[in-house]
Design a binder for this molecule. Structure first.
Ligand SMILES: [Zn+2]
Length: 286
């Protein structure tokens, strides 16, 4: 493979050579690991760097009012699941890639001692002005203490990162023994991916500002076990046939109704396109 490529080998630590798939997106064909099935972008280092700059904005990812209500509902459910694996009621939590801190704020309101970290200075500044505890920078450079947190969340982060194993290893180091890492990302083993292939919005670098690393329940489990974690729970949801504006409205609406019918079975068979994985740090008590 070309030396210009950002990702030259499987980010999950497999040794086999990546091969080109027939899924061709704007940056070129996606590569696949023959061992764990991981899909990766064939974008250049330069292209990825440029697209990552899109996130350094003051408005961050703080949702509008109606979307915030939906987010509170989803994240409250995630926190209920996460807390059942922890033996403490006083949960300390770090949200990695928090932008201006919408989830940090939600977690605080639910009695969790939450803080966040993000490299986008403008978004971080905005979050601090909202009274939230947010560090500016990349996790691996922040120097948190060993065993500092009960829980860490990585929402829509891991698909942006090409060195996913060092990221998880750092999460492992700063989690307490039996602490929980929650990863939220897209699912390449979803029905949506089967239906839409290269049209799946999750593959679109332009829309998502730098998605390059694409997981399935299987490949994420491989990465987790190689980074010191055991998988406690995997949940998926949502089926998508078309993006809005891609087809005539009537067809979009009909497909949307069908996708709502398929949402429940997609959860049962782990074929939804949104995935949350709950991982436990296997450490002995110090
Ligand atoms: Zn692999």
């Amino acid at each position: 493979m070309s030396n210009d490529l950002l990702i030259q080998c499987c980010p999950n630590g497999c040794t086999g050579e990546l091969y080109q798939t027939s899924i061709v997106v704007a940056e070129g064909p996606l590569g696949r690991c023959p061992s764990c099935g991981q899909l990766v972008s064939s974008c250049s280092k330069e292209f990825h760097e440029l697209s990552s700059q899109d996130w350094n904005i003051e408005q961050g990812t703080w949702p509008l009012e109606n979307d915030m209500k939906r987010l509170i509902k989803r994240r409250s459910r995630d926190l209920r699941i996460l807390s059942k694996y922890l033996s403490t009621d006083k949960i300390s939590l770090l949200d990695v890639g928090c932008s201006n801190g919408a989830f940090v704020s939600i977690a605080n309101s639910l009695g969790i001692q939450a803080e966040g970290i993000d490299p986008s200075e403008k978004a971080v500044q905005n979050g601090r002005e909202r009274g939230l505890k947010i560090h500016c920078g990349y996790l691996q450079e922040a120097g948190f203490h060993d065993n500092a947190f009960d829980a860490i969340t990585l929402y829509e982060v891991i698909e942006h990162v090409h060195e996913s194993k060092p990221l998880l290893q750092e999460c492992y180091r700063i989690l307490k023994p039996n602490g929980i890492l929650l990863i939220g990302t897209g699912n390449t083993d979803s029905w949506t991916m089967r239906i839409m292939k290269n049209r799946w919005g999750f593959f679109n670098m332009k829309v998502h500002g730098g998605h390059i690393n694409f997981f399935s329940p299987k490949s994420l489990s491989v990465l987790a076990s190689r980074s010191g974690f055991s998988v406690k729970e995997i949940r998926t949801s949502s089926v998508t046939f078309y993006e809005k504006g891609e087809v005539p409205y009537f067809l979009y609406r009909t497909a949307k109704i069908l996708s709502e019918i398929l949402n429940m079975p997609s959860k049962i068979f782990n074929k939804g396109d949104q995935m949350e994985v709950y991982l436990m740090a296997n450490k002995t008590t110090v």
